[in-house]
Ligand binder design. Structure first.
Ligand code: ADP
Ligand code: MG
Length: 252
């Protein structure tokens, strides 16, 4: 089963206008079920655009996007995925708990079950005591963790994340990386993850997709074979070799 399948996708913004931009050119990408795939590349190379195409927030100019074997718009209607973007995007008038419950409300999950699931997810991201707070009472990093809890709350088959850990301190970031992997493997979630961090991409991924700017293209795909991820992996030679390989691919 294929989680995401992108074939010959080109995205042109402002087509035919003086400010026309080709954000992506002829992109092919396959994410197998249960795979963790990172997108990495210079700012403006089209990483967010690619993620937004998968989420059907925008449509391709050319080419085909499929999620769980369905056209992207059908997959969106069927709510096949959870999304966590760089901006936490929380509703200020809802408590933290009710922000996490929102996607469950949309799926008509009964109240008690919603509540239990939201508490579970908040505990997972280390915010078990903050369910009754409002977003404005939390730091930026804490708000981001709420957004991650919300994305995970529905136990989605596919998780789309756009630099979700960018604003976090290194310690929190490493802890959430390990937790994210545990959740994804436990729930057999497929993930497409955008990051600026080479080490983060290598630690998390089965496959790192390296992109180049103007127009955005996939230049290299690197398979990461590090076995089970734990803290020892971060110190291993194989890990550093993969980091070097990704860095070289980014430079060439
Ligand atoms: P990245 O996430 O890799 O930094 P983006 O996908 O955000 O890059 O952007 C890729 C290119 O497309 C950039 O040149 C950006 O300015 C352009 N772009 C993105 N979104 C839009 C939009 N809605 N309208 C016009 N240009 C856009
Ligand atoms: Mg971006």
């Amino acid at each position: 089963m294929t989680a995401v399948s992108i074939a010959g996708v080109t995205k042109v913004f402002n087509e035919g206008r003086p400010d026309e931009v080709t954000a992506l050119s002829d992109v092919d990408l396959t994410v197998e079920s249960g795979q963790f795939v990172s997108l990495i590349g210079p700012s403006g190379c089209g990483k967010s655009t690619l993620l937004r195409l998968i989420a059907d927030l925008i449509a391709p100019t050319l080419g085909d996007v499929r999620v769980a074997g369905k056209p992207a718009d059908q997959a969106r209607r069927d709510q096949e995925y959870g999304i966590a973007f760089q901006q936490a995007g929380l509703f200020e008038w809802r408590t933290v708990r009710r922000n996490v419950e929102l996607p469950l409300e949309l799926r008509k999950i009964p109240r008690q079950q919603r509540r239990t699931r939201a508490e579970e997810m908040l505990a997972l991201v280390g915010l078990g005591d903050f369910g009754g707070h409002y977003p404005a009472q939390l730091s930026g990093g804490m708000q981001q963790r709420v957004a991650i809890a919300r994305a995970l709350a529905v136990h989605p088959n596919l998780l789309l994340m756009d630099e979700p850990f960018g604003a976090l301190d290194e310690m929190t970031r490493e802890r959430l990386q390990a937790e994210l992997l545990q959740i994804c493997s436990k729930m057999h979630t497929s993930t497409v993850f955008v990051t600026h961090s080479i080490s983060e991409a290598v630690f998390l991924s089965d496959k790192v997709v390296v992109m180049s700017a103007r127009p955005g293209r996939i230049t290299t795909t690197i398979d990461i074979e590090l076995g089970e991820r734990n803290e020892a992996v971060r110190q291993s030679t194989a890990y550093f070799d993969h980091v070097t390989a990704v860095r070289k691919a980014l430079r060439s």
